[in-house]
Design a protein. Sequence first.
Length: 294
Amino acid sequence: MFKRLIAVTSGLTLAVTAFAVSGGDDVQAATSILMGVHDKTAPAELSKRYPGVQATREFVDGVQKPTVDLRKKYDAVAKKSWAAGLIPFVSIKTDPAKTGTGSYDARFRELAEWLKNKPETYFIWYHEPEDNMSGPVFAKAFQRVRATMKAVNPGVKVGYSAMAYQWGHPKSTKDPKPWRVAADFYGADTYSGGTQPATAILSEHKGHQRWYDELVLKTPGASTKWGLTERGFKGTKSDAQRAKDIDRETAYLKTLTTAPSFYLYWNTPGTEGDADLVNGPKAQAAVARLVAAF
């Protein structure tokens, strides 16, 4: 059976590792990806549905005020994942303009200090910012948050989670330069269906590919720290077809020289109540195969 070897480089990102095959003389090289699922199943039960799952995706609802204790908010959404031995990717939104001018500095210092004594986690400031602000506003706020937190806790992971839709239909991202910020990880929320073909895997998704080309490849260091903070398929009427597309994506990921460091599959209706994002039994089984493959 395969033995997973996961390495963290400088405490910031997962490194490319290998699977060692026990028994026999052959060694099969492969890429290790931190695999996660956002599912209505509780974290403690998630591994029964997706054996080998390692991470979850969690959200603090709403835009938080400067008076809010972000530690309590973070703990409320992350503690069940930590208790289950899983790594939560946690999103928190604060007012972009006030964040950029320092109104939240004390709160982010508190959060960074508190995280020193917590299990591993990935913090996302304001996921999908392209939908709500300009590149310069994002860059000013994000850089302040990250610098403030890392001054207190150098090991904290503060990342940028992009909206692939906005990179495929550029408005706020028409000029990609302001979005190329230094981060500890770079994620994309990428969905097939709607404005992209329902069957599109990552290599066929124009928004994702533009984000990869313009952000990942042109931001120093990003090519070893990128991944999928949300990945879903919708608009596929056939559960069997969706399962085939997920299997195609699994096969595609195995061909990549620089594979994602993490991959979090989305399997709930979300806050918009889109039931079409939820997989049927065949597609759910395909996600389980995807998780197990890495």
